[in-house]
Design a protein around this ligand. Structure first.
Ligand code: ZN
Length: 411
């Protein structure tokens, strides 16, 4: 994104504040003279910050305001070790509510809606963010939290909820339960606001059909307010984000180079108005791209694509960045391909070799054609040559946890 003068000024104010607070950003930005940052190029020379940096500031090292200004903390659900604590001032809480209200408005919600909130309440930012936005919009918040399917369905019926906020998996569970109990005619839902994660088209269509709703992807992370910083509009061509509060960059996750609009890479966020814990060039490790051009809905907020995966899962082969989500999508288009695959990358005879094993139900004779199709699709869709290998269903290992699909033996 091209940085406006106003954005640059906002960023400089933020940098002055973090330097003055002498917290971890002051260390990270040591030696940086704010007055010498006069262009986007200057800004792009600043170092990135990482979740580990935030973790090292535990418990309250991220705060750049006096303690009496902090009204709340949230904590991001780290998978291991020390959590990240984000302090919020009253303005941060109000701003977050404003951003969330905008998301609801983009999804077409009004103060007549009844918003059924199933994400959890507590240290993390999910449920309470959905609630703040609902209240700011003047809609009726129904703060269910997760679990207790019977009660969820009872409230959906009796409270005549019009909007369901949920993760994709919980929305699917409720949809299936409603179908099983044959209660579709007793449900008044019109829209579903689904926390942005990678979820397949098939799942999306099922939720939409079973519940009879339009679905919207909402994005956010605890480090940057929480959910509610981007959402898709009715045209469904990406998620609008709020460039008066946030500056988005897309970088090559391997080199750190800022990529032009439209190119796929890692989302890096700088907050423009956050008081309690501003973030400068924060690496999200989420894979997306900035979608160029204007939106048919007429809103001037720029757009990012839905989150296509995590950069941690990405590999670079023959100069091409490849990530599992891309391969999932590609296999869906190939007749006979199951969703199970494994990729092996080796370095031999001075070049990279990528072997892709895909499970298929096809018989011996059809496999040659299948492998040729596979090879062609990888070449045209991803731009990389592969060695295709068809294997029978069930041949590739399964695991209870998230299955590793890409094995890189080059290093
Ligand atoms: Zn739009």
């Amino acid at each position: 994104m091209t940085m406006t003068k106003e954005t640059l000024e906002q960023i400089k104010v933020q940098i002055r504040r973090v330097l003055k607070a002498e917290g971890f950003y002051a260390k990270l930005l040591e030696g940086v003279e704010v007055d010498t940052i006069n262009s986007q190029k200057d800004f792009e020379k600043l170092p990135f910050s990482e979740k580990d940096d935030l973790r090292n500031a535990y418990p309250l090292g991220l705060s750049v305001v006096p303690e009496e200004d902090i009204v709340r903390i949230h904590s991001s659900s780290g998978t291991t070790g020390t959590p990240v604590i984000i302090p919020y001032t009253q303005k941060d809480v109000d701003d977050w509510a404003e951003l969330f209200k905008r998301c609801y408005e983009i999804a077409g919600l009004t103060n007549k809606d009844r918003i059924h909130i199933t994400p959890g309440y507590g240290l993390w930012t999910a449920g309470i963010g959905f609630q703040l936005g609902a209240e700011k919009l003047g809609a009726m918040a129904i703060p269910m939290g997760p679990g207790n399917t019977d009660k969820q369905i009872k409230f959906l019926e009796d409270m005549k909820s019009t909007v369901l906020c949920a993760t994709s998996s919980y929305a699917l569970l409720l949809a299936e339960e409603i179908q099983k109990r044959n209660l579709k005619d007793h449900i008044y839902l019109k829209k579903g606001i689904i926390g942005s994660e990678r979820w397949g088209e098939k799942m999306r269509n099922r939720i939409a059909k079973e519940l009879g709703v339009e679905l919207y992807d909402i994005y956010g992370l605890t480090e940057v307010y929480g959910p509610g910083i981007a959402i898709n509009c009715d045209y469904n061509t990406g998620m609008h984000y709020f460039d008066d509060f946030l500056y988005f960059e897309i970088i090559d996750p391997k080199t750190g180079k800022v990529l032009p609009e439209g190119e796929l890479g890692e989302l890096v966020i700088t907050t423009l108005q956050k008081e309690g814990a501003p973030l400068i060039r924060y690496r999200t490790h989420d894979l997306t791209r900035i979608i160029p051009g204007t939106c048919p809905c007429g809103r001037s907020y720029p757009k990012i694509d839905v989150i296509l995966g995590r950069t941690d899962d990405m590999v670079k082969v023959k100069g091409v960045n490849i990530f599992p989500g891309q391969i999932d999508d590609l296999l869906k288009e190939i007749e006979g391909a199951s969703s199970e695959y494994q990729v092996f990358i080796e370095h031999a005879d001075g070049k990279d070799r990528m072997t892709v094993f895909v499970e298929t139900e096809l018989g011996e004779e059809e496999r040659i054609t299948f492998e040729t199709t596979l090879k062609e699709h990888f070449k045209t869709r991803i731009g990389v040559g592969i060695v295709p290998k068809a294997v029978v269903l069930g041949e590739l290992p399964r695991s209870e946890k998230k299955t590793t699909r890409i094995f890189d033996y080059r290093y």
